[in-house]
Design a protein around this ligand. Structure first.
Ligand code: AP5
Ligand code: MG
Length: 369
């Protein structure tokens, strides 16, 4: 991923794929033109890189010239095309091939046709490395197309975002969602995930999603989801993966504009971790870290029994159920730490101490990310 000005871009088309497309265009054009000596006209600024690579590969004699048109302002294709440098040589009777880096709406192309309307060229053909069929609104024929791409903003290989990015040898696509920080708070029941999340969400401006809280909200409101979840939660067992994953996805979707998420109590299985990666991927984002709070069992049991006196949580009321939650954690959930260790994203901290001390330790880890 790269950042240009205020925006993030992800890799989209590699240098090798670009080269392959340029080769293909060179071959098509060379075979169509035979022994004719064409004039290649690059459209500046964007096509400088394509033009250079293209003519180096062109197997026969050719001429090269440029015209300079300005059509982009920031991310949008602007209405106004400015002609900054026009034709500087007589092209009467010549075969002209326009080399464009990209054709989207076709406005630049309209200006090109205006320029050539009164030139008595033998033929005028259009070649473009990238083409956005969904955006193209003109009827001009495109004779040679390198790669068709979706209607997303791209940079690199001559294309810029506010003048940056032209120098990149490969092409990047703008990220759908801009930069998010997504954290998983991990640890056994009673480790302090909920307590710490309340501080961290304010400090880092994150949306806190506790799957346990969402289940309890549904139980209180007697929804179908709540009724289903209750039968598992009351025993200290895990709610089935698909139910939990669907619910989590819906919670994330409700906060599409979030700065990032703080996941608490999710993922609890490898299947959930994989689903979370997929969800983050669909947002052009990722989990930055899993931070585990480590607390020994007897402290956990004491904390939860204490909370059980006032929390009204059925799963806090009974020591047997609390111990079963711990067993389920070690048997089914602890393994999720390996999933993030393998991605080099797992950090464990000591969860014993005052609430403030633990917040401090967590902040130190997060600030380093
Ligand atoms: P969930 O609600 O996630 O419960 P849990 O994981 O068992 O954890 P808790 O919420 O009890 O503890 P916590 O770590 O948040 O600690 P807290 O800050 O409250 O899940 C409940 C159930 O829902 C599960 O058993 C399962 O059935 C189901 N479920 C949820 N997510 C699921 C999923 N992804 N897949 C399948 N099923 C799922 O602190 C605990 C107590 O300690 C508090 O009283 C607090 O005041 C105290 N405390 C906190 N920090 C300190 C400290 N530093 N010093 C002293 N006391 C402290
Ligand atoms: Mg909790």
């Amino acid at each position: 991923m790269i950042k240009l000005h205020d925006k993030y871009f992800k890799p989209f088309i590699s240098a090798a794929e670009i080269e392959e497309a340029v080769d293909k265009m060179v071959m098509e054009i060379a075979s169509d033109l035979g022994d004719e000596v064409p004039v290649f006209v690059g459209i500046l600024n964007g096509s400088f890189m394509l033009t250079s690579d293209f003519v180096k590969k062109y197997p026969k004699p050719c001429e090269v010239t440029f015209i300079k048109l300005a059509s982009y302002e920031g991310l949008k294709s602007s209405e106004d095309i400015q002609r900054l440098i026009g034709l500087t040589q007589d092209l009467t009777g010549r075969t002209v091939i326009i080399l464009e880096d990209i054709i989207d709406t076709g406005k630049t192309l309209a200006e090109v046709h205006r320029i050539f309307k009164n030139e008595a060229v033998k033929s005028l053909k259009i070649a473009t490395l990238f083409y956005k069929p969904e955006a193209y609104k003109k009827d001009f024929k495109l004779h040679y197309i390198g790669i068709e791409i979706p209607n997303k903003f791209i940079v690199g290989y001559g294309l810029d975002y506010d003048n940056l990015g032209r120098d990149l040898p490969e092409v990047y696509q703008i990220k759908e969602t801009q930069h998010m920080t997504n954290l998983v708070l991990f640890g056994p029941p009673g480790a302090g995930k909920g307590t710490q999340a309340n501080f961290l969400k304010e400090k880092y401006n994150l949306i806190h999603i506790s799957t346990g809280d969402v289940f309890r909200y549904n139980i209180k409101n007697e929804t179908a989801l709540g009724m289903l979840a209750k039968s598992y939660i009351d025993k200290g067992a895990l709610v089935p993966d698909q139910v939990t994953i669907d619910m989590l996805n819906a919670e994330v979707e409700k906060n599409a504009d979030a700065n990032g998420f703080l996941f608490d109590g999710f993922p609890r299985t490898t299947a959930q971790a994989e689903a979370l990666d997929k969800l983050m991927d669909s947002k052009d984002s990722q989990i930055n870290a899993m931070i585990a709070l480590e607390v020994e069992d007897e402290v956990l049991v004491k904390r939860l029994l204490e909370r059980g006196k006032t929390s009204g949580r059925a799963d806090d009321a009974d020591e047997g159920v609390i111990r079963n939650r711990l067993k389920v954690y070690y048997d089914e959930t602890a393994i999720v730490a390996d999933y993030y260790t393998n991605q080099d994203k797992f950090v464990a901290i000591d969860g014993v101490g005052t609430v403030e001390e633990v917040t401090e330790r967590l902040s130190t880890v997060i600030d380093k990310l």
